[in-house]
Write a protein of this length. Sequence first.
Length: 127
Amino acid sequence: MPNKSIIHTDRAPAAIGPYSQAVRSGDTLYLSGQIPLDPATMELVEGDIATQINQVFDNLAAVCAAAGGSLADIVKLNIYLVDLAHFPIVNELMACRFAEPYPARAALGVAALPRGAQVEMDAIMVH
């Protein structure tokens, strides 16, 4: 069994439960779900859904960077939305953050997310 190590950065929100921001096992990094929390205040960012989505991408990017990688190293992205009508905005902003070849992806509509967030994402990175 490969060794595992915990990834932590102050540039992303601290865990709000009994979990790690990310766990590395071999060359694979499993990133916990990120909601649009400002890492400095641990409060949801103010603004529209685009602001929330961008904060989630910023949080994921910070965890990737702490592990020596970037969003470009993500191979699988899971997106959870309270309102699937926001999916076109996710696509638009994702196209700004990722280049081809894009990661595999799933998008799910959910009834609610922690702290009243409208979006959450988790990912798998290989680096």
